[in-house]
Ligand binder design. Sequence first.
Ligand SMILES: *Cc1c(COP(=O)(O)O)cnc(C)c1O
Length: 461
Amino acid sequence: MKLIYERAGESARMLEPLDVPALRPADGMARKTELKLPRVAESEMSRHYAKLGRAAFGVCDGFYPLGSCTMKYNPKVNEAMAALPGFTDAHPTQDAPGCAHALALAKEYLTEITGMDDMTFEPCAGAHGEFTSMLMVRAYHLSRGDHGRTKIIVPDSAHGTNPASAAMAGFEVVPVASTADGRVDVEALRALVGDDTAALMLTNPNTLGLFDENILEITRIVREAGGVNYYDGANLNAVMGVARPGDMGFDLVHLNLHKTFSTPHGGGGPGSGAVGCKAFLAPFLPGSGDERSIGRVQAFGGNFLVVVKALCYLLALGREGVPAAAEAAVLNANYLKKRLSEKYACAAPGVCMHEFVLDLTRLRQETGVSAMDIAKGAIDCGMHPPTMYFPLIVHEALMFEPTETETRETLDQAADAYLKLFDLAYTDPEALHNAPTTGSISRPDEVAAARSPRLRYEHTA
Ligand SMILES: *Cc1c(COP(=O)(O)O)cnc(C)c1O
C-alpha cells in the first residue's frame, strides 16, 4: 500500500489566493524550507484512511484473546460520557467541581476495589505506574535513613516492564524462580530477602494465569525483611471485586485502567496507570502536597478522560457487576482452556484464572510447526493471534485471555479453529509456515520493526 506522500497529487486543490493582507511571522520565526505536505484530493485522502482503518484489527472486528492485555469490549456509553463538553472543555487549572468530584469518586471506588488508602491518577500507562511506584519505594526507604535497600525481587514469570521499571528507578533486579507448577518458589524467596530488599514486584494472578495460594506467606516474608510489597495490577480483571491486593499483604499497586476499566487500547494510548497505596506510603505519592512526595510524573491529573471512562464503567457495573465481570472472565478462560486441551498441551494443568498458556514444544518437535506458525494461522481464521512467546519461562508459549465480553458461540468457533490448526500442523505444516495469506502483509520482520523502526518518511525531493 502506498503512503499518502507517495500518491500522485495533481487533483489536489490548495487554498484560494488571499483576499486580505498576509500576516508574516515575526523575524526568524518563519520556516526556512518548504513544508512537505501530501498533495491529494479530499476524496483520495478519505479513501486512504478508510483503507488503513480496514487494515487494522480491533475488538470490534473479531476475537482478540491477546493474553495479558485484556482486550475486552469497551461499552460505547463510556466514550460518550467522557466526550461530554463539561469534561473535554475543562482546563486543568480551572475551578471545575464536577471534574474534581468525578476524580474523587473514581478514587473512592478504586481504592475500595484494591484495598488501598490513597491513589494518584498521574501515571499514563502501566509501566509508568510501575516506575512511579519504584520511585516511591526508594523515597520511602531513604526517608527512614535506610540507604542499603537497593534490590527489587521480581519473579521470573513477570511482565518485562517490571524489571525494566525497577532498573530505570536505579534498583538492582533480582529474579526469584518459579516452581514447576508456575508459582513463586517460597523457599527461594526466603533465601533472597534481607537488609538490601527494597521491594517485591508481583502480579497475582501471574502471567501463567495462576493465583498464588501462598500469597499471604510471600508478602509476609518480604514485609518481615523490611521490604515493600508492590502489586502489578494489570491482571486485576481476574479478581476485581472478589479479592483485594490490600488484603493479600500488598502496600502499593498500579492499575491499568485502559485494560480493566474500559478504555480502548493497543494503539498507543491514552491510558492510565493509576497508583494506589497504603497510608504509610501516601506522603510519597506524586502531588501529595507533602515534602516527601516524589514530585510530578505527569502534567496535572494525568489522562483525566480515561478516569472518567473508568468511573462510568464502575457506576454501570456496580457492586454486583464488578465481581460478576471478573467471574465471567475466569469462566470464559477455563472454558476455552478445556476445549483447547482436547489437543494442545497446557503450561499449567488445572483451573486457571482469566488467562492460560499453551505449551507447543511437543507440537513443534513432531511437526516443525511453531507457536508463531499457529498464531499466524489464526489470522487466516479471522482472529487476532494470542500473545506469543510469553511468559518467557514457557518455550513455545501461546497465551490466551478471552475476557468476559465474548459469547460462548465465539469461544466455540475459536476453539474449533485452533483444533483444526493443530490437525493442519500434522497434515500440511507448509501451509502454516506460509500463513497468513489473507492479510495485506504476511510475515513482517518483527525484530527489525522493533529494533530499528522507521518512524519518519524520508522525502527524496
Ligand atoms: C500490560 C501489562 C503491563 C504494562 O502496562 P502498559 O500499560 O502496557 O505499560 C504490566 N504488567 C502486566 C502483567 C501487563 O499485562
